[in-house]
Design a binder for this molecule. Structure first.
Ligand code: KG4
Ligand code: ZN
Length: 341
């Protein structure tokens, strides 16, 4: 690679409760530093004001650490890419203001990135063990705030074919976990205990929603009532059945997700199916997509574990493609809490 073709992008992510900075050389990740925020565990969910304050405390050390790990001086950066939205306004403002100031001081381009597009673009990070999906492909983008079936025609040409009518799937995992007495965020814990349980032990209802949309609020309520009634009969119900409950809940959620995703594949004739977003870290979902695609002669694309939950490497790769198109943002740009894909 000649020096001219070498583009160094600093990616910055601050949309929710992870402060992250990454340095990429073209599509290759040199460093990806993520600082989580344990403070929210005390409250059973993300407290927006506390998230903003933690981002302010973390952003400078996280960026410095990413540059150090990448062995890059900030004077070598070609551009700064940042999450403009969607997300928590106060949290987004920290990353946005930091990125704007740094780009201005270094006199380099500023690139705004849509967080949900970036989740999808994580598939384009260079990885010798993985194939990049060809356009068009379908992406099931599942996180704490979103549940979308996206038709991906290009790095910034994405069309939502189906979405949730109420709770996002990550929210469904976290709320179910709360009902089971598990701390926030409960999604990864359900995954952990599910591995030890029987997925057919308990039956939960499937939503009846036409088309490619999802709904998870009915399931959340069904779990709540079932647990409440069971505890009335046996006060130790949760302790005795935690693994089976987690396995059954996870199996239900994964089946709901996969059914519609496969239906979207059949409807569009698109045979390349990808996962993205925090919930794509779920081992049941990863295994189910892999198995179903193998059965049906489809191609599954499962993201690397560290690029599933929020990270700045995905902001960097989305920024890299915009950099190649010289799609730069003005200094007048502001964060936006709602930002359609
Ligand atoms: O993409 P993400 O990090 O943040 C948002 O943009 O929302 O997703 C976070 C969500 C949380 O709801 C978390 O519980 C869920 O992803 N999650 C999981 C797993 N890992 C993260 N849900 C189920 N199983 C997992 N292994
Ligand atoms: Zn996310």
């Amino acid at each position: 690679m000649d020096a001219e073709a070498r583009t160094y992008i600093l990616g910055i992510e601050s949309s929710c409760d992870d402060t992250s900075a990454a340095v990429l050389c073209n599509d290759k990740v040199l460093a990806n530093v993520v600082a989580g925020q344990d403070i929210h565990k005390l409250y059973g969910g993300v407290v927006p004001e506390l998230a903003s304050r933690a981002h302010m405390a973390n952003i400078v050390p996280v960026v410095s650490e990413a540059l150090r790990q990448a062995n890059i001086d900030k004077s070598q950066l070609s551009a700064v890419a940042f999450t403009r939205g969607p997300g928590l306004m106060g949290a987004l403002l920290v990353g946005t203001s930091f990125a704007k100031s740094l780009a201005l001081a270094l006199r380099i381009p500023l690139i705004e990135v849509n967080h949900m597009q970036a989740h999808v673009m994580a598939h384009f990070i260079a990885d010798p063990d993985k194939q990049k999906p060809p356009y068009p492909f379908l992406c099931l983008t599942v996180s704490g705030g979103h549940t979308q079936i996206v038709k991906v025609n290009g790095y910034n040409k994405m069309e939502v074919l189906g979405t949730t009518r109420d709770d996002a799937v990550g929210e469904a995992f976290d709320k179910a976990a709360k009902t089971l007495g598990l701390p926030y965020p409960g999604g990864p814990l359900i995954d952990k205990y599910a591995a030890l349980g029987n997925a057919s032990a308990f039956k939960f209802p499937f939503p009846r929603i036409d088309g490619l949309d999802y709904s998870f609020s009915g399931l959340k309520t069904a779990i709540l009532y079932f647990v409440r009634d069971s505890i009335k009969v046996d006060a130790q119900f949760l302790d005795h059945n935690l693994n089976d409950l987690c396995a059954s809940i996870q199996h239900t959620i994964v089946s709901i997700l996969i059914d519609k995703f496969l239906a979207a594949g059949a409807q569009t004739g698109i045979t390349h199916l990808a996962l993205a977003g925090g919930v794509s870290a779920n081992s049941g979902l990863r295994a189910a997509l892999h198995t179903e695609c193998e059965k049906q002669g489809l191609q599954a694309y499962i993201p690397k574990f560290e690029y599933c939950t929020d990270n700045a490497a995905m902001i960097g790769i989305a920024g890299y493609y915009k950099f190649l198109d010289e799609d730069f943002a003005p200094q007048s740009i502001t964060a936006i809490a709602r930002y359609p894909i």
